[in-house]
Design a protein around this ligand. Structure first.
Ligand code: HEC
Length: 98
């Protein structure tokens, strides 16, 4: 019995730590498109096809204010609640979109 409780506690912790890129991307779909194929609000670059490192660099840049164009405030708000792990995960998901 004890073992089962410990195992389920551990499983809970791991799922909290492992950020889910697909889940995190859901709120981006309205602007960037389900496959990242759109220019968000007609202003952003199309991010489909970007590799993970490029996505991570731009998303971290929006978060700390060092990247972006005229509409960067929108993206700063989007990524503000994301941890570094969340950013890695969502970037990994986007870079894998076909
Ligand atoms: C309300 C619409 C909107 C939502 C929602 C949104 N974005 Fe954006 N995104 C934009 C706009 C507009 C830009 C261009 C901003 C600028 O001027 O730099 C942009 C830019 C970007 C860029 C860089 C592209 C470039 O042009 O340099 C990335 C990467 C990105 N968004 C990822 C995301 C991710 C990941 C999410 C979800 C967490 C998200 N966006 C949610 C509107 C949105």
């Amino acid at each position: 019995m004890k073992k089962i409780i410990v195992a389920s506690l551990l499983a809970g912790v791991t799922s909290l730590l492992a950020a889910d890129g697909a889940e995190l991307y859901k709120k981006c779909v309205s602007c960037h498109g389900a496959n990242a194929e759109k220019s968000a609000l007609g202003k952003s670059q199309v991010i489909k096809g970007w590799d993970q490192a490029k996505l991570v660099a731009s998303l971290k840049g929006y978060k700390d204010g060092t990247y972006g164009g005229a509409m960067k405030a929108i993206m700063k708000g989007q990524v503000a609640p994301y941890s570094d792990a969340d950013i890695e995960a969502v970037a990994g998901y986007i870079s894998g979109l076909k």
